[in-house]
Design a protein around this ligand. Structure first.
Ligand SMILES: [Zn+2]
Length: 101
């Protein structure tokens, strides 16, 4: 037996062992793979860009104001700070009541 074939035999044995181990711990392995993505989903914070100050802001700290752009209604997402400071979209329709940011 040459050194090379001995090595490849060991590699085959290792692969066989890993397959058996993976089969034995099948459920745990699947969970281990799923968990990070589940976590990421929970931790995902939705961020949007404020159209007034161009800052990336959590959508929880934003308001959507209805205005018009090229004669079409459009929602303008701005941060609460900008809305409270008086920023309004072109042809703003409606009332904005300042709220704590
Ligand atoms: Zn802003």
């Amino acid at each position: 037996m040459t050194l090379l074939s001995a090595r490849s035999l060991r590699a085959v044995q290792r692969i066989k062992y890993e397959i058996r181990a993976a089969a034995g711990f099948g459920i745990a392995a699947v969970r281990a793979i799923e968990m990070p993505s589940e976590k990421a989903k929970e931790n995902k914070t939705l961020i949007a860009i404020c159209v007034a100050c161009s800052k990336a802001v959590s959508t929880e700290s934003m308001v959507s104001l209805l205005g018009r752009e090229q004669d079409k209604y459009k929602q303008f997402d701005v941060c609460v700070q900008c809305a409270n400071a008086g920023w309004r979209p072109p042809e703003f329709e409606g009332i904005y009541t300042p709220r704590p940011g």
